[in-house]
Design a protein around this ligand. Structure first.
Ligand code: NAP
Ligand code: ZN
Ligand code: ZN
Length: 354
C-alpha cells in the first residue's frame, strides 16, 4: 500500500515530498487513513538531528488521528470507518515487566519500544515512518479509540503525545485537589499540562518566558501565571509547590524552579533539549529533600484513560491548522516559542497535492 509523505531525506536538508510503502494489514493490524497529525517539538529535534543522527529518510509525526480503512482477521477492537488515534509507539516486546504493567514506553526488551518514527521494526524493515503521511498500518494494541466529536478531531490529535506526556506524570505524582502544581513552558506540552492539572483539581500555576502568554495561560485554566524572567514574581512562590512539570525544550537554569518546591516536592522533567541544562545545585535538593525526576510519554492503557477523560470533560488542544507544505515555517515559529499552542497538519493538503 503506497502512502504520500513529507520526509527529510538526508542530513541538513528541508522536508520534501516522499512516497513510502505501508504494509498490508496482518491478522492483528489496523490500516488507517491519516486525517490529522500534530507537530511535536520532538519531531523537530529528530528531523534536525539534535538528538544524534536519525535514520533517513525521517518521516516524523506521532500525534495521529485517522479513520480505519481495513483490519486484519484477528482484530476485535476496531472496524473499518472507526475514528482512531496513534501516539508515539507502534510496538514493544509485550512480555517484560514494564509491558506487563502497561508501561510499554519503558519496555525492557532488547530494543525497547518501537517509536512511531525513527524506530526499528522487529525483524522487519529497519525504520518506521510517522504521521506526516496519508496512511499507516499499526498493531491494534497500539491503536487508541477516539470518542471526541467529529468537529474536534484535529484538536484531539495533540492528546496522543502532548496530552499523555503531561497526563502520565501528573497522575503519577498525584496532581489533584489540595496540591499546588507548576507547569513550566507554555508550548504544546505545557498548555496541555495546564488544562489537565486544572481539570484534575490542582491549584495550577503556569510559568512562561513569554509575557504575551500571560492572559492565554489564565484562559487555559491556570489559577496563577508567573513570568519566570521576573525574579520578584518567582520569589513569591519559594518553597510552595508539591510538583513542578518542566516541559521546556531548551537548556535553562533548573535551580530557579527547584527552589520553588516544598519539602519532598518533585520537579519532573519531560523536555529533552538538544544541549544539557547547567548542573542543578545540590543545596537546593538537600534543603527540603526535594527531587528532580523524569517521565516518558505514557503507556497505552493510560493513554486511553486520558483520551476518555478528555472526551468526558470536553478537553482538546488549542490548535493552529497548517498544510503539510508549510512544515518548515511551522518549525521556525516553534523555535521562537510562537505556537498557540500546537500546529496540526491537515492531511487533506497532502492528498490534494498527490
Ligand atoms: P514547544 O511547543 O516548542 O514548547 C516548548 C516551550 O518551552 C515554549 O513554548 C516556551 O514556552 C518554552 N521555551 C522555549 N525555549 C525556551 C528557553 N530558551 N527558555 C525557557 N523556556 C523556553 O515544545 P513541546 O512540543 O511542548 O515539547 C517540549 C519538550 O518536550 C521538547 O524538548 C520535546 O522533545 C519534549 N518531549 C518530551 C516527551 C517525553 O516523553 N518526555 C514527549 C514529547 C515531547 P514559554 O513561551 O511559555 O516560555
Ligand atoms: Zn511528541
Ligand atoms: Zn517490553
Amino acid at each position: 500500500m503506497q502512502a504520500q509523505a513529507y520526509a527529510v531525506k538526508q542530513p541538513a536538508t528541508p522536508f520534501a515530498p516522499h512516497t513510502l510503502e505501508r504494509r498490508e494489514p496482518g491478522p492483528r493490524d489496523v490500516a488507517i487513513e491519516i486525517l490529522y497529525c500534530g507537530v511535536c517539538h520532538s519531531d523537530l529535534h529528530t528531523a534536525r538531528a539534535e538528538w544524534g543522527e536519525p535514520m533517513y529518510p525521517v518521516v516524523p509525526g506521532h500525534e495521529i488521528v485517522g479513520r480505519v480503512l481495513s483490519v486484519g482477521g484477528d482484530v476485535d477492537r476496531f472496524k473499518a470507518g472507526d475514528i482512531v488515534g496513534v501516539g508515539c509507539m507502534v510496538d514493544s516486546c509485550r512480555t517484560c515487566a514494564a509491558c506487563a504493567d502497561g508501561l510499554e514506553q519503558y519496555c525492557e526488551g532488547p530494543n525497547g519500544f518501537t517509536g512511531t518514527y525513527n524506530g526499528a521494526i522487529k525483524g522487519g524493515t529497519p525504520n518506521t515512518f510517522g504521521g506526516y503521511s496519508t496512511a499507516i498500518t499499526v498493531d491494534q494494541h497500539f491503536v487508541l479509540a477516539i470518542s471526541h466529536a467529529e468537529k474536534d478531531l484535529a484538536a484531539t490529535a495533540p492528546l496522543l503525545c502532548a496530552g499523555i506526556t503531561t497526563w502520565s506524570p501528573l497522575r503519577h505524582w498525584g496532581a489533584g485537589p489540595g496540591k499546588k502544581v507548576g507547569i513550566v513552558g507554555i508550548g504544546g506540552l505545557g498548555h496541555m499540562g495546564v488544562k489537565l492539572a486544572h481539570a484534575l483539581g490542582a491549584h495550577t500555576v503556569a510559568f512562561t518566558t513569554s509575557e504575551s502568554k500571560r492572559k492565554d495561560a489564565l484562559a487555559l485554566g491556570a489559577d496563577e501565571v508567573v513570568v519566570s524572567r521576573n525574579a520578584d514574581e518567582m520569589a513569591k512562590h519559594l518553597g510552595s509547590f508539591d510538583m513542578i512539570l518542566n516541559t521546556v525544550a531548551a537548556s535553562h537554569d533548573l535551580d530557579a524552579f527547584t527552589s520553588l518546591l516544598k519539602r519532598d516536592g518533585t520537579m519532573t522533567m519531560v523536555g529533552v533539549p538538544e544541549h544539557p541544562h547547567p548542573s542543578p545545585s545540590v543545596f537546593n535538593l538537600i534543603m527540603g529533600r526535594r527531587r528532580i525526576g523524569g517521565s516518558l510519554i505514557g503507556g497505552i492503557a493510560e493513554t486511553q484513560e486520558m483520551l476518555d477523560f478528555c472526551a468526558q470533560h470536553g478537553i482538546t488542544s488549542d490548535v493552529e491548522m497548517i498544510k503539510m507544505q508549510d512544515i518548515e515555517a511551522a518549525y521556525g515559529r516553534m523555535l521562537k516559542s510562537d505556537v498557540k499552542y500546537r500546529f496540526v497538519i491537515d492531511m487533506a493538503s497532502l492528498k490534494q497535492a498527490a
